[in-house]
Design a protein around this ligand. Structure first.
Ligand SMILES: [Fe+2]
Length: 259
């Protein structure tokens, strides 16, 4: 198997190697699926040429969603889907002016409405590509929230599929970790604290708990955290079973109290 890169910031290289790993391990994979892996790489190049921040954001969310999905016990097929879907979840942003995506300060109502159109635009583009994994739900639902406050449909709870619920948590976490034109980075612990405030209200509690347990060793250093995620990403594709300790913790959380 490929070795993971030493440089924790080289997520583009890691993502390419993960996709090549998927191509090389073709067990049960159709020709359409193998071809689509190349299409995803092409989309990634287009995204990075348009707005490097969005491309890097998608790459980090993809590897984080992959590792988090493994903690949650997703099947190998679902893990591949969640990784590829996260890698293109903001595809529709190529239709939004770059200046608006990176605008410092508050957005007007009209500007927010324009940015929100990246969801239906991404769905429309992907519909024509017809992906052989169910990526549409990730693009369509990654801004939905459990309490119905999300967009574009205002879906609630279980009507939001598990893959987009994973990507939603990783999307928020990655954005909070990073510096943006309108606020400073919160770091891993600060981002986790924010997620916990939304856990079970707008964001899936199991996914937040999985991310929290994933970060238990590297809360103090954002660089070390991403290095750990990079190391675990290959393991997630080659051995999808979740860690036994996380399975036990999750089972305990969902146990029905006696009496
Ligand atoms: Fe988005």
């Amino acid at each position: 198997m490929d070795k993971t890169p030493r440089d924790p910031s080289s997520h583009s290289d890691l993502v390419r190697r993960l996709i090549h790993h998927l191509e090389a391990h073709t067990n049960g994979r159709t020709a359409t699926q193998r071809k689509f892996l190349q299409t995803v790489l092409s989309i990634n190049v287009i995204a990075s040429r348009f707005d490097d921040y969005t491309a890097q954001h998608q790459e980090r969310v993809a590897i984080l969603a992959l590792v988090t999905g493994r903690c949650l016990g997703l099947s190998a097929g679902s893990l591949t889907g969640v990784f590829l879907g996260a890698l293109v979840h903001d595809l529709g942003k190529i239709a939004i002016p770059r200046e608006l995506l990176n605008k410092p300060g508050r957005l007007s109502r009209e500007e927010s409405a324009l940015i929100r159109t990246h969801v239906p635009i991404g769905c429309e583009i992907m519909q024509h590509i017809a992906p052989p994994w169910p990526l549409q739900s990730i693009i369509a639902q990654h801004h939905e929230r459990l309490d119905g406050s999300g967009y574009p449909y205002g879906l609630t709870h279980e009507s939001i599929e598990i893959e987009p619920r994973i990507v939603a948590v990783c999307d928020v976490f990655e954005a909070l970790c990073d510096d943006r034109p309108y606020r400073n980075a919160l770091g891993v612990q600060g981002a986790l604290d924010e997620l916990k405030r939304s856990s079970g209200k707008t964001l899936d509690a199991d996914v937040v708990a999985a991310l929290d347990s994933l970060a238990r060793r590297n809360r103090a250093s954002t660089d070390l955290f991403w290095e750990q995620v990079a190391l675990e990403a290959f393991e997630a594709l080659s051995s999808p079973a979740p860690a036994a300790s996380y399975r036990r913790a999750r089972a305990a959380r969902h146990a029905i109290p006696a009496g």
